[in-house]
Design a protein around this ligand. Structure first.
Ligand SMILES: Nc1ncnc2c1ncn2[C@@H]1O[C@H](COP(=O)(O)OP(=O)(O)OP(=O)(O)O)[C@@H](O)[C@H]1O
Length: 596
């Protein structure tokens, strides 16, 4: 059963090569032929030794030496040529395989809901795609080719063993059989699972190491030691424990394997001496020489089979990584997409939970709200209440569990993704700027935008002072020549991108979170530019930034607990009014401490 599954897996892997898979098959056939050709010269060497021994000590009388030497040379060259063309075939197919696999994964990623990327970091995805495709490419280009050669060689070897001398052949067969017996457990399902577990422990440790390096500034600032990174320590210990236990468990089979593959001589030489006592003739001596020269080759081949089996396990694990991405459910596109009638937004009885939510409480619990076209609303409330989640459901980062979200009276699930993205701009607290020029970073906001339009958007987003200070103006590449932008500056560039996009619905999540007072003032100016005549949803902790919106929704524990404008909510003396008091106190505290 597991064999069929593995076979299927191999066929699945090969299918990424498309029609190039025939090159893999051809490459493997050439590998087998090459292995046979490369063994034939040994027969001719035996013929030469035999011919010389027959006429010893008058070696000049030896016959056919040139013809043997030429034949040996011919097969050696043919073997190398077949090897070369075979490897070329497997490489071409492997490169195609790698490209197709990467394309499939990348294209599939484009169909996934945006929420997928908030739980799967770009670094992690890149690692899976790069590691997996590199591993499978290596397996198809080299390891599989080697495996065929490594399997064919002992088979031809066995045929040769028996055709030269039956008894010596049988003697040489014993260590080969022992090798296979000791190798068998290493091919088992259990052993494959161990390999997968090993990779998981290794990845966990690497992941924690990255977190550790990222956190070094905090560790130093708070005078902590490496031991404060408990997860890292735990990951190292787990990895160490697993590796030692695994190594110890393979001690006996591995040692037995190594002893057997290198134990040919231990049996061959005593057998040779014993047999030589009985039949002392030249032919026997030539045969014996043949075995002495030839048998070490078999050890090399056995070793290769052993390592290739491990390479297959790694390649199979890598394929699992890619298939995990490909098996992610894409965002379901509407069969008959509709256009929103206007840019109002409505939540009707929305319930939502993340996939891994295990609490009894819903993340969003019966959320109902209506935002008229061109109105500005704010979502405020305690941390973890669900503000970002509400905003993320509008552009379908995730789909609602129950209820519906409508834009212009059309359910967002009935709007095509393209149309939805055209209608919505979002600016998050953690803005992503590419390591590219400021110009390209902004121009991505709208296809075909002219240079002038990009400049204008930057200007409206209050970025003139940033551009003036850069060595190459808007063509300066961020992150080079010491060009690093502060969080607030990056936020303004991101706002320029949104201004250029000019979408009718704007979602601003903590847009001023990273700003110092001067940047905050500039960002506020940019925001008033971007939000003119737009439907706006703002999420903010600084209540001063949302005081003038048309409506404020107070979100707590996934529910809307209050709604109204600023004045009415302050009068209400509920959660908002308490938050407003706390906000004012914090401002006064700040002013006082600055005066002192
Ligand atoms: N990707 C996710 N997967 C699982 N749970 C999540 C995810 N994102 C948020 N949550 C959980 O959902 C709840 C609401 O989070 P959300 O970020 O929407 O709150 P918020 O009000 O915006 O918080 P904050 O003001 O701190 O940004 C929290 O309990 C949070 O832990």
């Amino acid at each position: 059963m597991s064999e069929t599954k593995n076979k299927n897996k191999f066929i699945r892997l090969l299918s990424y090569s498309g029609n190039y898979k025939y090159l893999t098959i051809l490459g493997c056939i050439l590998s087998a032929l090459s292995a046979i050709c490369l063994l034939i010269p040994f027969i001719y060497i035996w013929e030469v030794v035999n011919a010389l021994l027959q006429v010893a000590p008058d070696f000049a009388k030896a016959q056919n030496l040139e013809s043997y030497a030429f034949s040996a040379f011919f097969y050696a060259v043919l073997g190398i040529a077949l090897n070369f063309f075979g490897l070329m075939g497997t490489h071409l197919s492997a490169f195609k395989n790698e490209k197709n696999m990467k394309d499939a994964a990348m294209n599939h990623l484009l169909t996934l809901p945006l929420g997928y990327f908030s739980t799967h970091t770009s670094g992690g995805l890149r690692k899976v795609i790069d590691f997996s495709t590199a591993k499978t490419e290596g397996f198809l280009a080299h390891n599989l080719f080697d495996l065929v050669g490594a399997i064919v060689t002992p088979i031809v070897f066995l045929i040769l063993l028996f055709s030269f001398d039956l008894i010596l052949g049988l003697v040489c067969l014993i260590p080969i059989i022992l090798c296979f017996i000791f190798m068998y457990p290493m091919f088992s399902k259990e052993s494959q699972n161990i390999m997968v577990q090993y990779q998981e422990y290794l990845e966990k440790m690497n992941g924690e190491a990255v977190e550790y390096v990222r956190g070094i500034p905090v560790t130093k600032a708070f005078q902590q030691s490496v031991y404060s990174f408990k997860n890292f320590i735990k990951a190292i210990k787990n990895y160490g424990k697993f590796s030692s236990e695994y190594s110890l468990s393979t001690q006996l089979p591995m040692t037995s394997f190594v002893v057997s593959i290198n134990g040919f001589f231990a049996l061959l030489i005593p057998a040779g001496i014993l047999l030589a006592g009985a039949v002392v003739d030249v032919k026997f001596f030539a045969n014996f020489m043949f075995y002495v020269i030839f048998t070490p080759l078999c050890a090399v081949m056995m070793n290769k089979i052993m390592t290739v089996s491990q390479d297959w396990m790694l390649a199979s694990y890598a394929l699992d990584g890619i298939e995990a991405i490909l098996n992610e459910k894409p965002l379901v596109e509407a069969a008959n997409p509709q256009k929103p009638k206007n840019h109002s937004i409505e939540f009707e009885g929305v319930f939502f939970d993340y996939e891994d939510t295990d609490s009894d409480e819903h993340i969003l619990n019966d959320v109902n709200l209506k935002i008229n076209e061109n109105d500005s609303v704010a979502l405020v409330g305690p941390s973890g209440g669900g503000k970002t989640t509400i905003a993320s459901l509008i552009p379908r980062f995730w789909d609602v569990g129950e209820g519906s979200i409508k834009i212009g009276d059309v359910d967002v699930r009935d709007i095509s993704t393209e149309e939805l993205m055209e209608n919505i701009s979002f600016v998050f607290q953690n803005t992503t700027l590419f390591k590219d020029s400021i110009y390209n970073n902004v121009a991505i906001g709208r296809k075909g935008a002219s240079r002038e339009e990009v400049r204008e958007a930057l200007s409206l987003a209050q970025c003139d002072d940033i551009i003036d200070e850069l060595p190459q103006g808007i063509d300066t590449v961020i992150g080079t020549e010491g060009t690093y932008l502060s969080g607030g500056q990056q936020q303004r560039i991101a706002l320029a991108r949104a201004i250029l996009k000019d979408a009718p619905i704007i979602i601003l999540d903590e847009a001023t979170a990273l700003a110092d007072p001067e940047n905050e003032y500039m960002i506020q100016k940019a925001i008033s530019e971007i939000t003119k005549d737009k439907t706006v949803i703002m999420i903010a902790h600084r209540l001063s930034t949302v005081k003038n919106v048309d409506k404020i929704y107070v979100i707590e524990k996934g529910r809307i607990v209050e709604e109204g404008n600023h004045d009415s909510l302050v009068e209400n003396e509920g959660l908002y009014s308490r938050m407003w008091d706390e906000f004012n106190q914090s401002i006064q505290w700040k002013v006082k401490s600055e005066v002192i």
